[in-house]
Design a protein around this ligand. Structure first.
Ligand SMILES: [Fe+2]
Ligand SMILES: [Fe+2]
Length: 322
């Protein structure tokens, strides 16, 4: 197993934090003092790095630092800022039932579609740029959701594990979804390690991943994590079909196409599981979490819309409807 290496700094906080992580210091007070002023890429990258300490960690950072109180203090400030910004963008729908109405609500909230662009118009360079930016997510895929499992009641836990078992390859490492994506990257001649493209991914991709980790790592946000999961699965099957067809049009390797083919059918099943079984079971036991199911679902769509706009803008492409 290859651990990632620390990325390049994107501002004063990451310059301080990454420098401190690389040295064997035990003092993160300067990073803590810099955290409240950090914004944009600098804050997002710092939070991504701090979350990563709870996944594989870094080849150039001691594992002893995972639970260092000074780093947890920095992480807490950055997470509070992220959660406030996410909640400010969200308005809870009135008079709707998550289980009965979320699919129709998602249809109304979809934004510009990168998959549609890849399907018909994107060139090779744009697709490579997209899969590098997506790699930060796809090379981890279901890992942030795995944190939620021990925090659920019996029925929701069993249903989430049914979905996760599929994501993790049904016992076959070659079918494990994030491994399928790594194989696809390699076949394209791209580095499959999940830090390889970190320095070129936009802020919006970091925020997507930070949000997943925020929702996954905090028990109080389990409703948001499962709402995010539901919206993610519900907006994956058709876009995966478009991605696969676009990749075929551009003669991309079959290994990468296989990743998207896998998600056409898998996510048509997963969206039903995520809403009709997992969310239903969660609400049967904890009905007060419905607000956060909506919050998580909204955040998923909103973050993807912001990511899509950024990618289309950097390719000079006009926005299209989903
Ligand atoms: Fe998957
Ligand atoms: Fe899925």
């Amino acid at each position: 197993m290859q651990k990632p290496r620390l990325p390049q700094a994107r501002g004063p906080l990451t310059a301080e934090l990454l420098g401190a992580l690389r040295s064997s210091t035990d003092d993160f007070s300067t990073a803590l003092a810099a955290a409240p002023a950090a914004t944009g890429d600098d804050a997002a990258l710092a939070l991504w790095v701090l979350h990563e300490l709870h996944y594989l960690g870094f080849a150039d950072v001691s594992d002893d630092l995972e639970w260092h109180p000074g780093l947890l203090g920095v992480r807490r400030l950055l997470e509070q800022d992220l959660e406030v910004r996410l909640r400010e963008r969200f308005t809870a729908p009135e008079g709707l039932s998550f289980v009965d109405d979320v699919f129709a609500w998602i249809d109304e909230h979809d934004g510009p579609s990168l998959a549609r662009h890849v399907h018909r118009e994107a060139d090779r360079e744009q697709v490579l740029d997209l899969i590098r930016a997506r790699s930060v997510y796809h090379l981890k895929e279901s890992d942030p959701v795995a944190w939620v499992v021990p925090r659920l009641g019996v029925a929701a836990k069993a249903a989430l594990m049914e979905l996760q078992y599929d994501e993790y390859g049904n016992g076959d490492p070659n079918r494990l979804h994030h491994h399928l994506f790594a194989t696809g990257l390699e076949a394209c001649g791209l580095d499959p390690s999940y830090d390889a493209h970190l320095d070129v991914v936009p802020l919006e991709a970091l925020e997507q991943n930070n949000t997943l980790s925020l929702f996954g790592l905090h028990r109080r946000l389990r409703g948001a994590a499962l709402g995010h999961l539901a919206a993610f699965e519900a907006t994956s099957s058709l876009p995966s079909r478009r991605m696969a067809e676009g990749l075929r049009r551009l003669d991309f390797p079959t290994e990468l196409i296989a990743y998207y083919d896998e998600h056409v059918e898998a996510d048509a099943v997963h969206e039903q599981l995520a809403v009709r079984t997992i969310a239903r079971a969660l609400l049967a036991e904890e009905p007060e979490l419905e607000h956060d199911l909506w919050f998580g679902a909204f955040s998923c769509l909103d973050l993807e819309n912001r990511f899509a706009r950024t990618m289309l803008a950097r390719w000079g492409v006009a926005e299209q409807a989903a």
